[in-house]
Every structure is written in C-alpha cells, then in structure tokens.
Design a protein around this ligand. Structure first.
Ligand code: 7PJ
Length: 282
C-alpha cells in the first residue's frame, strides 16, 4: 500500500522525503531566539524557507525546550493566528500548527493551517483529535512522557523502542476513537523529549524497526540543532550543530523517515538528495 498523508487542504505523497521547516513565533525559542516575532519578520522568514525548498512550514507559539515557561491559549493564539493567516494567504505551502491545545488548533486550522503537530500525542488535550476529525486535517502524534513541566525530567524507561511503540498504539487508538482517519495521522519518535542521551541515539539507529511496525503511517523525525548533537560534539553551541543535524537527518531518512523537521532547509535538501540517489540503488 502506498502511503499518503491527508491534510485539511490536500493529500501529500512521499515519493521524496518531505522537509518541514521550523518557524517559531516564540520570544524564548532556544535556537532562533525571538527573531521571527513580527508578522513582517515571519513572512520574510517564510519566504526564504519556501525559496529554499521547504515542503511544509511548522509554526509554533509555545516553546517546549527545557525550562521554558508555559503560555496561555490566548497568548499562543495572539502570537500564532496572525502569522498563520498571513503565511497561508501569501504562500500555497502546507502549514502545520505546533500546539497541544485544541483551543489553539481549531482557530489555526480555520485560519489556513492544515496539519496539527501535537507533541503530546493526544495526552495533553484529547479534543485535538476532535478538531482533526472535524477539519480533516493532518495530525502528528509525537511521543513524549510526563506533562509539560516534567517531560524533560522523566526517569528513563528500560526499553525505549517498546515504550515508543506502545505509546504510538495508544495515540493512534485514541485518535481513531474520535473519528480521525488513519491517512490523517503521522507518527514522530520525539527526539529529545523524555529520553536519555543514549536513547535518542538508539531510536535513530533502530528507527527502521518502528517504521516496519507502523508501515501505513508516515514517520516524522526532528533532530535539528537538538542538544544530543551538541553533546556528541563536545558541548557544541546551537549554531555549531549543522553538520551533526545533517548527519542525524540522513540516518533518519536512511532508516525510513518520511518527513524531517529542520531549521536548515537548503543544506538538508542537498544532503537528502544524495541519500535518496543512493537509496534508489538498494
Ligand atoms: C519537535 C516538535 C519534534 C515534532 C519540537 C525543537 C524542540 N514537533 N517540536 N517533532 N521538537 N513533531 O525544535 O528543538 O521533534 S520543539
């Protein structure tokens, strides 16, 4: 069976890996520190990501980095809605809304977003599934443990592959119980969320096993500039992580990822073109 991904506005196919570009509208996001807070800045950033070849823009109004503060739904809506409206009005690129709150997801889809990126896999607010079902939007179900405050302080589980696999099954079941169709769902291992350093590496090394277990769902992986890369490189700062980010995206795609979530679109696309050229000879 050929995979495709249903969003609120179209069907996306996976002849090639899709590159989801990160566009943050949080003043405290760790790697682009509030640079893209105004509408003009967001539009400029969107334009350069589109020109670089992004397939999807992921817009988030709440940082999930360790020690970041929660923002209210009202604040998240205030940050994100005008940006979603402006970008979907100007560009035809699919936009995903990075939120775990149904009160944010619903107006964002109304404003033109077509995918909900729920880092909690429906654990923080299951009404996200109602919105996805009603709007026929894409729905990313990411794995994490704990809640917003505790997700970066979870005591490690023994078998991370088993944990992620079981959590995927629970999230998929919950989504489908609200009427979300399988073709709307994408899965995400949640690199950097409630995993040990070694478990982040292990999940990437063995991603092919999870891909084989869930053959009908596109697999998304986001490693871009994350701290496990900094650690491998001997405490490299966020802007010294491009080579490491590319290496991890290459491994993810080699092991079956269909979508990568990245900051550095042009470099990622170049790396993945080479990966795909090699992969075709398998
Ligand atoms: C992810 C995300 C990820 C998905 C963040 C960061 C932290 N959404 N949102 N997957 N990470 N689906 O970008 O470093 O890995 S926020």
């Amino acid at each position: 069976m050929k995979k495709y991904w249903q969003t609120a506005r179209r069907k996306l196919s996976f002849e090639k890996t899709l590159v989801m570009a990160i566009l943050n509208v949080t003043p405290d996001s760790f790697s682009d520190g509030g640079d893209f807070f105004s509408i003009d800045d967001a539009l400029r950033q969107a334009e350069s990501l589109v020109e670089a070849g992004a397939d999807i823009l992921d817009i988030g109004g709440e940082s999930t980095r360790p020690a970041s503060r929660r923002v209210s739904s009202e604040e998240e809506i205030r940050r994100v809605l005008p940006v979603v409206e402006a970008i979907t009005g100007r560009f035809y690129i699919p936009v995903s809304i990075d939120t775990s709150k149904s009160e944010v997801a619903a107006p964002a889809i109304e404003a033109g977003a077509e995918i909900i990126n729920d880092v909690s896999g429906l654990r923080f607010d299951e009404k996200i599934a109602q919105v996805a079902a009603a709007e026929n939007s894409g729905l990313i179900l990411m794995h994490l443990r704990g809640d917003f405050e505790t997700m970066h302080k979870q005591s490690p589980v023994e078998d991370i592959l088993k944990e992620v696999s079981e959590a995927f099954r629970r999230s998929i079941e919950k989504a489908e119980s609200f009427g979300v169709k399988p073709e709307q769902i994408a899965l995400d291992i949640g690199v950097g969320f409630s995993k040990t350093f070694n478990q982040n590496l292990e999940l990437l090394a063995k991603l092919d096993k999870l891909v084989a277990e869930f053959p009908n769902f596109p697999m998304l992986v986001g490693t871009s500039r994350k701290s496990f890369i900094g650690k491998v490189l001997g405490d490299a700062s966020v802007d010294e992580r491009l080579g490491g980010s590319l290496a991890s995206a290459v491994i993810a795609v080699w092991n079956g990822a269909n979508i990568v979530r990245v900051h550095d679109v042009k470099a990622t696309i170049e790396a993945l073109k080479v990966v795909e050229a090699i992969k075709r000879e398998l």
